[in-house]
Design a protein around this ligand. Sequence first.
Ligand SMILES: Nc1ncnc2c1ncn2[C@@H]1O[C@H](COP(=O)(O)OP(=O)(O)OP(=O)(O)O)[C@@H](O)[C@H]1O
Ligand SMILES: [Mg+2]
Length: 240
Amino acid sequence: MSALLQTQGLGKTFRGLAANADIDFAIEPRSIHCVIGPNGAGKTTFLSMISGHLAPSSGRIFYNNADITRLATVARARSGIARKFQTPSVFHGLTTRTNIELAALRGSGSRGERRARIDEVLETIGLSAQAQRLAAHLSHGQRQWLEIGMLLAMQAKVLLLDEPAAGMTAGETAATGALLQKLVAERGLAIIVIEHNMDFIRDLDAEITVLHLGRVIANGRFDEIAADPRVADVYLGQQA
Ligand SMILES: Nc1ncnc2c1ncn2[C@@H]1O[C@H](COP(=O)(O)OP(=O)(O)OP(=O)(O)O)[C@@H](O)[C@H]1O
Ligand SMILES: [Mg+2]
């Protein structure tokens, strides 16, 4: 197995409804992998099983070739699998820097190493100049980047991002895409990202998996996906 993280036959049933069914998925190290699909397709359910917030009804999850299907959420987080939810969870009453500091406490290293990491993270997410501002006073986009920064401060190796560009301006959306590409190129992260914004997905230029009614209906790069009539039927067609 060369994949960093992989699922085999992953499924989740809620009272008879197959929210996910038979999902085979693999993300390579140092890469971005997009998961798209219409509302209710099962994207968040899929991410929740990878992060450990939901137990699968069937199938297996492997990380670094180890079976983590039954591993607790905290143990997955400690091994570098870090999740950002659809709604941001920064502390509004604290400064940008303190938010990052609190996250850094959950990583390893000496006090000095943590301090260096905090500065480096602020720089990476483009918020060094906002370090002393309250998170409440940041723009919507900046708060999303702060939350990504908190995952970096925890020394995440795999980022699970649920609609990170939701509600962003076009400029913020483009900056978010550039940030994710930088995290892969400079820090060697792997990123699974769910998004509805097709401009964002196209610009990421990454592998894409399309879900519909809980199943994988297509895999490929943006041009292949956009040309796939099944995808047009269930997803892209809806936006026309
Ligand atoms: N905890 C739950 N209990 C029961 N049904 C659920 C639960 N979570 C999700 N579902 C159902 O599973 C299906 C997939 O939901 P999910 O949230 O994974 O979709 P999604 O692709 O993330 O949608 P969206 O784009 O709207 O965020 C939906 O039909 C949803 O109603
Ligand atoms: Mg969702």
